[in-house]
Write a protein that binds this ligand. Structure first.
Ligand code: CTP
Length: 348
């Protein structure tokens, strides 16, 4: 009991968290390890717009998604893109934390200079191979492909660096538990592509219906069979990491079977299988025939839409703006990866 009698260390990590992704979750996870309690500041729309242009998702959406992460103790919404000592003191945080790609404001000044000077800054390793810019590129390309039925313009250039998920990193995200035989095990499957409120609300309902929630996540080929060649936006590794970061998810069945059968129900001791009613037509789709037959299938309904179309539509509504921004920022990202050298900073 190292910390007995000692005041817990409170860390403040902040960001835009636009289209929250596995890099953000890995940032939040590492920040939590730098202290005992983690506060996460979600930069407000106005402040973000001034520093780097309007985000795709708004303040409330971004704060809701950050609040669903299991490593977060408190969300502080609508914060300034440039955090101050006064902010740290007002929320009671001891240190601020950020990835080793330090943020600069609209004038090119380090946003954390004041905090660094006061020796209240902690830095963790940024996660390679995933970024908001890259996700905007992926979604924009889907929009362009869908718009043009013949040959579409190619804008998206995949990052040189890939999101790598090692066994160690998965372990760090996992809850170290299996369901007790007496616990009510719930199962819900899906693609679980780019995270949004619809998914989070469905998972929140699913968790509330039992003691232990297994979430099945389809492999990339199954997603393509179900939703077409543009999907999934995120790889299986990225989607699995995202799910494991959520407080409603107890464990993930990685590359789960598309059709739920008897063997699977017995293996995982599943007592209820859930489907979100807007995502499946049970008359035409045979994936859930077995749980339906043995009467363990239940329908739920998320209060928000379940697919990613609204994100693609938002980008396409401001297509030229997003194209220009993506092209500019993706060049910067490539430069960042080219310039990177081995560093002493290790992922924690
Ligand atoms: N972060 C990270 N790894 C990534 C992306 C972000 O560790 N691949 C960290 C950032 O260093 C920061 C926090 O996540 O500490 C929030 O980042 P955010 O403000 O959302 O913006 P960016 O750093 O610009 O992230 P992105 O490139 O995805 O927009």
């Amino acid at each position: 009991m190292e910390n007995q009698g000692k005041k817990p260390t409170i860390i403040y990590v902040d960001g835009v968290f636009d289209i929250i992704h596995s890099g953000h979750f890995n940032a939040i996870r590492q920040a939590k390890k730098l202290g005992d309690i983690l506060y996460v500041g979600v930069n407000g729309d106005e402040s973000v717009t001034k520093a780097k242009g309007p985000p795709l998702t708004n303040n409330d959406e971004r704060a809701y998604l950050v609040g669903a992460c299991k490593f977060v103790d408190k969300v502080i919404p609508d914060t300034d893109y440039t955090p101050s000592i006064q902010l740290l003191d007002s929320v009671g945080a001891d240190f601020a934390a950020h990835g080793d790609d330090m943020a600069v404001n609209d004038l090119g000044v380090d946003c954390y200079a004041e905090i660094k000077n006061a020796d209240r800054m902690k830095v963790f390793k940024r996660t390679d191979g995933v970024s908001t810019t890259d996700l905007i590129g992926r979604l924009l390309q889907i929009g362009l492909n869908t718009e043009s039925q013949t040959v579409s313009e190619t804008i998206y250039k995949p990052l040189q660096s890939k999101y790598l998920s090692t066994g160690w990193r998965f372990k760090e995200f996992c809850n170290d538990k299996v369901p007790h035989p007496s616990e009510k095990v719930i199962y819900i499957d899906g693609v679980w592509d780019v995270l949004h409120e619809g998914y989070i609300h469905a998972l929140e309902i699913a968790k509330s219906m039992g003691d232990f929630l297994y979430v099945g996540v389809y492999d990339d080929d199954t997603c393509k069979t179900l939703y077409g060649s543009n999907y999934p936006v995120l790889s299986l590794q990225e989607r699995t990491t995202n799910l494991l970061a959520l407080k409603y998810v107890d464990d993930v069945v990685i590359a789960c079977p598309k059709v739920i059968n008897q063997e699977m129900i017995i293996s995982l001791n599943i007592s209820t299988v859930l489907v979100e009613e807007t995502t499946v037509d049970l008359e035409k789709d045979n994936r859930y025939d077995y749980p339906k037959k043995i009467e363990i299938l239940k329908k739920i309904k998320s209060k928000y839409p379940l697919n990613n179309d609204f994100l693609v539509n938002r980008i396409m509504e401001r297509k030229e703006e997003f194209k220009a921004k993506y092209l500019k920022k993706s060049i910067k990202e490539e430069e960042y990866y080219k310039k990177r050298k081995l560093s002493d900073l290790i992922e924690i």
